[in-house]
Structure formats: C-alpha cells, structure tokens
Design a protein around this ligand. Structure first.
Ligand code: GAR
Length: 268
C-alpha cells in the first residue's frame, strides 16, 4: 500500500467540495487526509467544516490586503512586497492580466504576491503532496505556483471549475453556461497553470440542461457532479496515476498545435 497523501485545501465559500474530499478520505476511497484548510476570507463557511473535523485552518484576507495596498503610499507598499518578488519574471509567465494594462497588472501582481507570500507562510507548518482549490475564488500567480510546483513535470495544484473547460473560464461558470443557452453543463478538474482555468484537464462530468431549468437547478445538478468528480481525481493522484505529457499535433491547415495534457495510467 502506498503512503497516504497529505492534502492541503484552499477555499473561499461553503466548502461542499472540501466536505466531499474529506468524506472520501474518511471512507478510505482516497488514500490520504486533509492536513490544512486555508481561506481568502474569514467568512468562508467551509472553515467551520474543517475545524469540526480537527483540521488546522487559517485565513489570508485578500480583500483587506488589496484595500490596504490601494490606500498605501508607494513607500508603504514597497515595504510589504516579499523580498524575493520579481515582477518582470512573474509578469512574463502569467496570462491572466493583459500586459498592456500596466497599472492593473502592477497592482494585480503586487497585491497577489503579498497575499501569496502570506499563504505560503501559513501553509509552511503543514507539508503536503497535493493542494486542492476547492472553490477558491482567487487566481494564483506564478509567484505562488512556482513555489508549490517545485518539480514542473509533476504539477500538484488541482482546481475544480464549474463549466466544461475550455468553455466559460472565470468566476461564474454555471451562470455563463446557463445564460449562453447550453444544452449540457458540466464541471472540470484540472491542474493549475499560469493562465485562468487553462491548465491540463484531469476529469470532466456533464449533465443535461432542460427547458425550464433555472440557474439554481443548473448549479444544483453541477455541484452533485462536482462532489463525485473532485474526489475521483484526487484518488487518481493518490494512486500516482496522473501523468502530464506534452503532445504535438498537425492541424489540417498546417499549423502545429502543442499542449500538455493529462494521461490517466493503469493502476500499478
Ligand atoms: C463550486 O461550484 C466550484 O466549482 C466553484 O465554486 C463552487 C464552490 O462550492 N469554483 C469556482 O468557480 C472556481 N473558479 P463549495 O465551496 O461548496 O465547494
């Protein structure tokens, strides 16, 4: 039997996905345990769920950090930046904020790096093998990602997104799916890369959207799928069955298409 994996979790809200993962660990469906739960806001209800299960929790208050930065003088803000902050290097890698929007990019990279340095500090006492973003509503920058993915060939940050990616990335996947008039909706679990919801896909599930379904009905159907899909993907990680492979294809128009994808390998 392989060693149980240590799972770190970041959340922003209810934490029903965290609950699903903790449940699957408890029932032995995942050979692992959740070792910490962090949130970007103190009101995240999922923190209580973790506490009740005896899991250490912490909060890094992003809203406060961003507000303080916007109100701060250049001198004050400079003092808050992590000592190993390299905005050029981070900016060149990320593809979330346009590089032509200089002011927004500068604030985004600085505030996120301050928050991410705090996250890393809060996580440091709890070594982990996998970090799950279980409804974490903040984009992570290369500052954080590179410090977690120390071996780029083996990514270890997993996110769940409420849409069938690459359709509808962003903060309102089910809403965007519903408003577009899609006849199926779905959810996706993927490894996190430097873009917004753009990393290698691990698993997806879908459900029908019928005439007369409300947005609430779509969200309900979607969450029920998420609670199955996320633990399933974590289980595959725990069984060491997820491999990332760089694939190259020739398109009919002669273009070359290259993408890193996940292959699910057979159990050893
Ligand atoms: C879930 O629907 C998840 O897919 C979504 O937030 C919800 C969290 O629910 N995540 C995102 O939109 C990430 N961009 P939960 O807190 O009950 O697990």
């Amino acid at each position: 039997m392989k060693k149980p994996i240590r799972i770190g979790a970041l959340i922003s809200g209810t934490g029903s996905n965290l609950d699903a993962i903790m449940g699957a660990c408890g029932r032995g469906e995942i050979n692992g345990r959740v070792v910490f739960t962090g949130a970007d806001n103190p009101a995240a209800k999922g923190l209580e769920k973790a506490k009740k299960a005896g899991i250490p929790t912490f909060v890094v208050n992003y809203t406060e950090i961003i507000a303080q930065f916007k109100a701060g003088t250049d001198r004050e803000n400079l003092a808050k930046l992590p000592s190993d902050y390299d905005p050029e290097a981070i900016s060149a890698k990320q593809s979330i904020v346009s590089r032509s929007d200089k002011h927004r990019l500068r604030t985004f990279l600085a505030t996120r790096s301050i928050a991410e340095a705090e996250l890393l500090k809060a996580m440091a006492p709890y070594p982990f093998d996998l970090l799950v973003l279980a409804g974490f509503m903040r984009n992570l920058t290369p500052y954080f990602i590179d410090r977690v993915n120390t071996d780029p060939a083996n990514p270890r940050i997993m996110n769940i997104h409420p849409a069938l990616l690459p359709a509808f990335p962003g903060t309102d996947g089910y809403g965007d799916t519903f408003r577009y008039g899609c006849k199926v909706g779905g959810c996706t679990v993927h490894f996190v890369d430097y873009g917004e919801d753009s990393g290698p896909i691990i698993g997806q599930r879908c459900f029908p959207i019928n005439d007369g379904d409300t947005l609430e009905a779509v969200k309900k159907k979607g969450l029920e799928q998420e609670w199955q899909l996320f633990p399933e993907c974590v289980r595959l990680f725990a069984e060491n069955r997820l491999k990332t492979v760089k694939m190259t294809h020739n398109r009919a128009n002669g273009e070359i298409f290259t993408r890193t994808v996940v292959k699910i390998v057979k159990p050893a």
